[in-house]
Ligand binder design. Structure first.
Ligand code: WTA
Length: 574
């Protein structure tokens, strides 16, 4: 079994000037990373084993793995603790016949139990689906239905949003902090785990077996289930080492919730595969609270998002009063473009260069990054990691020269590339329509030193505070409201959030525009989908621009909003 903290990992670029970078890229072999895993030697694959059990087996069981805190709790768990808790939960699942390939979803706020159960699901070879706690009824039902989840872990509060009578495949509901209610198929997490055995032999899998599902938005249709497989761990581990720069004594904090891919790939897998202490802070964002979290636990490596940095910047110096952030050694960002202004502010206020990283739910892990040692150009997403080849392609698949804008594409395959889109092979294939490449849906250009610069989305997907929102899903919810005849949704540029959701609405006969109606419609989306999907702005229109086939032309709505020429209108209705 390999050493977890090997001194020299291929691709580790200490001083990434052009020559070193070129050498790192040419010498890089994924196989050298694979050798670090126990399955490379035993053939027995299981993410939870690599992330937790092997540390215990190799004598690091007493090291801190999880530092959890919120306004009510502060708890620490070692790798040995996590092994025991996840084993118990795995045994509960086995008792009910749940195992390899089954989908088990987790719908709860951040808490230690979320992490125990997620690892327990993985131990028995089931595929885990974490859902963001802000999801409301429709969003929860769509995901449980599409995935065919057989079990759900939740809390009494969130259980109210689960329409389990309408989900015949959902056989088991395990509630944290409640008593069993056998008549309604409700099991108690506490009762079940208390009597379950603390030992468990993990389900041994192959690298192509399932790991995790994250639902994410596209421009058309409902959110799609991005299905990742076990081999993703190769890249979680590798990027944890060379991009997050994790070292044995680090205290690492990723601010993302496990309902988003960043909160699992980098809030669970990367830190624990690398054996470091992982901070989880429950509750909502507040500048004071976040700074105190860094200070209290002496966080050394911090991974967050542009919106959060912009909010911290907006909170001003007073929020830093009396706070010591000197423990910080490395700061990173993901999710949306990181403004150069924010990078410069980070230099000044944190004495840290904020390192931007680019990747997507579908890519499973970081691909284009600014990593330690490399010259950072504020505003650039960085360079492809050793092992990753990126290019800008035109729509026919020709590679474009530097400074041309086009489709940001990645050479296939790479270890954490999604396994499929659940129930939707056609959607999956769309990403790979140009042979040999994954088409990201982002537009970008590359400069003559191989740095990539993000330009925007090619489709209509909205990125608000780093969260991907499909306009179609919001429009579908809007037209369920009795007053709404038609709805078109766009992303409107916003200083703090990157974009906000703006809805153009035409009303049904008998309804008159009013501020109260706007509020009511926004609240309706919030209650049906989630707060982040609700439009922050609504504009009523007599008629919306449509194609002759009846499709609402979001491109025209966007042009209206930005006071730009509307472009080719030859397909418009009238
Ligand atoms: C955007 C989050 C600019 C991009 C891990 C991408 C970014 C989408 C960056 C994926 C970045 C992510 N600079 N844009 N550094 N990182 N994006 O699936 O449009 O929630 O396609 O994954 O966010 O969002 P997702």
């Amino acid at each position: 079994m390999g050493q977890v903290h090997s001194e020299i990992l291929p691709g580790r670029v200490q001083n990434a000037n052009m020559t070193d970078y070129t050498r790192a890229v040419s010498e890089f072999r994924w196989e050298d990373v694979e050798k670090e895993f126990s399955w490379f030697h035993t053939g027995k694959v299981n993410m939870a084993h690599e992330a937790i059990d092997r540390h215990v087996a190799e004598g690091r069981g007493a090291a801190t793995a999880l530092i959890y805190s919120d306004s009510a709790r502060e708890e620490r768990y070692t790798f040995a603790d996590l092994q025991e808790r996840s084993n118990r939960f795995g045994n509960v699942l086995r008792k009910y016949g749940i195992g390899k390939g089954d989908r088990v979803f987790i719908f709860m706020p951040r808490s230690p139990e979320l992490y125990f159960s997620l690892l327990g699901v993985l131990k028995v070879g089931a595929v885990v689906g974490p859902l963001f706690e802000a999801f409301m009824e429709t969003a929860v039902k769509d995901r449980l239905e599409d995935s065919g989840a057989v079990a759900l872990v939740t809390t009494p509060e969130l259980l109210k949003r689960v329409r389990h009578e309408e989900l015949p495949e959902l056989q088991h509901i395990i509630v944290v902090g409640a008593q069993a209610d056998p008549e309604h198929g409700i099991l108690s997490y506490e009762e079940e785990t208390a009597t379950a055995a603390a030992e468990l032999e993990p389900e041994w899998l192959t690298l192509e077996d399932g790991l995790i599902m994250h639902y994410t938005s596209g421009s058309t249709g409902k959110p799609k289930g991005v299905y990742h497989v076990q081999r993703a761990m190769i890249q979680h581990y590798y990027t944890g080492k060379i991009v997050l720069d994790l070292r044995p004594d680090d205290v690492y904090w990723c601010t993302a919730d496990p309902g988003w891919v960043t909160g699992t790939s980098y809030g669970i897998f990367a830190p624990w595969l690398n054996g470091v202490a992982n901070v989880v802070r429950g509750g909502r964002f507040s500048p004071q609270d976040w700074y105190k979290t860094i200070e209290r636990f002496a966080v050394t490596v911090w991974y967050s998002a542009p919106t959060a940095f912009r909010m911290l910047m907006g909170a001003g110096l007073s929020s830093l009063q009396g706070i010591d952030l000197s423990s910080l050694r490395h700061v990173l960002s993901v999710g949306e473009p990181l403004n150069p202004e924010v990078v410069r502010w980070g230099d000044k206020i944190y004495n840290q260069r904020i390192h931007d990283t680019w990747w997507m739910t579908e890519t499973g892990a970081q691909l284009i990054c600014n990593y330690p040692g490399m010259d950072i150009k504020p505003g650039s997403m960085g360079r492809p990691l050793p092992g990753i080849e990126a290019a800008i392609l035109d729509d026919r698949g020709n590679v474009l020269p530097p400074y041309s804008m086009g489709n940001l594409a990645i050479r296939t395959p790479w270890p954490s590339m999604m396994g499929t889109i659940w129930n939707n092979k056609a959607k999956y294939d769309e990403y790979f329509r140009i042979p040999g490449w994954y088409i990201s849906g982002d537009s970008a250009y590359m400069d003559d030193e191989g740095y990539f610069w993000f330009q925007g989305r090619i489709d209509d997907v909205i990125n608000s505070s780093g969260e991907r929102i499909g306009p179609f899903e919001v429009e579908s919810k809007l037209i369920e409201h009795p007053a709404v005849a038609e709805a078109g949704v766009i992303g409107k540029p916003d200083v703090l959030r990157g974009e906000i959701i703006k809805a153009f609405i035409s009303l049904r006969e008998g309804y008159l525009p009013s501020i109260e109606l706007k509020d009511e419609i926004a609240a309706f989306v919030k209650a049906g989908l989630s707060a982040h999907a609700a439009p922050r702005e609504i504009e009523f229109k007599d008629k919306l621009p449509k194609t002759r086939s009846g499709k609402i032309m979001r491109r025209v709505l966007k042009a209206w909003e930005l006071h730009l020429p509307a472009g080719d209108l030859s397909t418009i209705e009238d």
